[in-house]
Design a protein around this ligand. Structure first.
Ligand code: NAD
Ligand code: THR
Length: 346
């Protein structure tokens, strides 16, 4: 065993699944920001449970789940910084896959660098070690934030200069490189996708630079007004959550021989706040959008890709997105429309 002389440090995970039929583990999607769940984890658990069975996917986090989440399938407390507890969960449940979603995102990471370093880097080390020790298939998401101002921005290919200027980006480049190193050195089945900014209707983002693209829908529906914290011409790659979660499942299920790389860009659309507002205004002409730029988020956005080149994912494992900007806006408005009708009905 390549890691037999390793001294296991302490650490942790969040989202798991039991090791029955196709045993799966999902790792932590819940976040630290006040109130609310991780933006992506609950949706991924739902997708995996549909495919592999409710009791074969364990969701974990350090936060208390809402009643509906707690009753939707197995949930367990796990801090990725507690290695012994992680190992116990993996062993007791015969875990075979681990999806590692725990992280501090770009804006909250800049506000708390020490915590971001601990969760995003020390936590990742624990995850890598537990996965290598127990032969797990491991998924770790990366991000457009793994690139920086010296990367080509339009488009950004898979392989190019990566010198990010945020602790979030630095930790994600570290995760990509460490995962690939463990793959080549120890045979770890590490898989990684660089997600664009993800837009979802029923879960809130956890403190990132692309959060505006979710918040605009909530504010538009509630008040008819939205104050955007990025400049109107800030172009960033974005994706609807269903595409992101399906891509994750597809790359996890892809036969190893189809993967010419272990870290892939995935892309769907790319837009500016102004273009998103205009698309919304086609259906909500009364929507008023103003701009009050947050210098921290703006500096981050200005260093990130404007367009993502995901041709390797499309060629290797047939990645294809379903949602462009018009479908995204329509789907989000349909969701909020049905929520409003439900509220009226109840
Ligand atoms: N949402 C996006 O737009 C986006 C884009 C690119 C990449 N990603 C990546 O996808 C993953 C999930 O993102 P998200 O938007 O759901 O994040 P999120 O911030 O909404 O959720 C992160 C979760 O991690 C949990 N967490 C924090 N510290 C922990 C610890 N010590 N142990 C266990 N859990 C802990 C939090 O409680 C939280 O629920 C992250 O790795 C993120 O970097 C997200
Ligand atoms: C892009 C992504 O990693 C996250 N939504 C952020 O803005 O930090």
């Amino acid at each position: 065993m390549p890691l037999k002389n390793k001294t296991w440090a302490s650490s942790a995970v969040t989202f798991f699944s039991y090791g029955h039929s196709p045993p799966e583990v999902l790792q932590s999607p819940w976040k630290l920001s006040a109130g609310g769940l991780g933006q992506l984890g609950v949706g991924l658990a739902k997708l995996l449970r549909k495919r592999y069975g409710k009791n074969n996917v364990i969701l974990s986090d350090i936060r208390k789940p809402q009643n509906s989440i707690f009753h939707s399938g197995p949930f367990i407390y796990s801090d990725i910084l507690d290695y012994k507890n992680l190992r116990e969960i993996v062993v007791n449940n015969r875990i075979t896959w681990l999806v590692h979603y725990s992280a501090l995102l770009s804006a909250v990471g800049e506000a708390n660098v020490a915590l971001a370093r601990s969760v995003n880097i020390t936590g990742l080390h624990n995850i890598l070690d537990i996965a290598a020790e127990h032969g797990l298939r491991l998924f770790v998401p990366s991000t457009i934030g793994a690139f920086g101002p010296t990367s080509p921005r339009n488009p950004t290919p898979d392989l190019c200069v990566q010198r990010p200027r945020t602790i979030y980006g630095v930790s994600k480049v570290h995760a990509e490189l460490m995962g690939e190193y463990y793959h080549h050195r120890y045979g770890l089945d590490f898989r990684c996708l660089r997600y664009p900014g993800i837009i979802s209707a029923d879960s809130m983002p956890g403190g990132g630079t692309t959060d505006y693209a979710v918040q605009i829908f909530h504010d538009a529906i509630k008040t008819g007004k939205f104050e955007c914290n990025l400049r109107p011409d800030t172009r960033l790659p974005m994706m609807y959550i269903d595409d992101c979660l399906r891509a994750t499942l597809e790359v996890m299920e892809a036969p190893a021989e189809t993967l010419s790389m272990r870290t892939y860009n995935i892309n769907a659309m790319s837009f500016t706040p102004e273009e998103l507002a205009q698309e919304l205004q086609k259906q909500m002409p009364e929507l008023e959008v103003t701009y009050e730029v947050d210098p921290v988020r703006q500096a981050i956005a200005d260093s990130w890709p404007m367009n993502f080149d995901d041709s390797n994912a499309r060629n290797d494992w047939a990645w294809k997105h379903d949602y462009d900007l018009p479908e995204l806006v329509q789907t989000m408005l349909n969701f909020f429309g049905s929520e409003t009708r439900m509220a009226r009905f109840n």
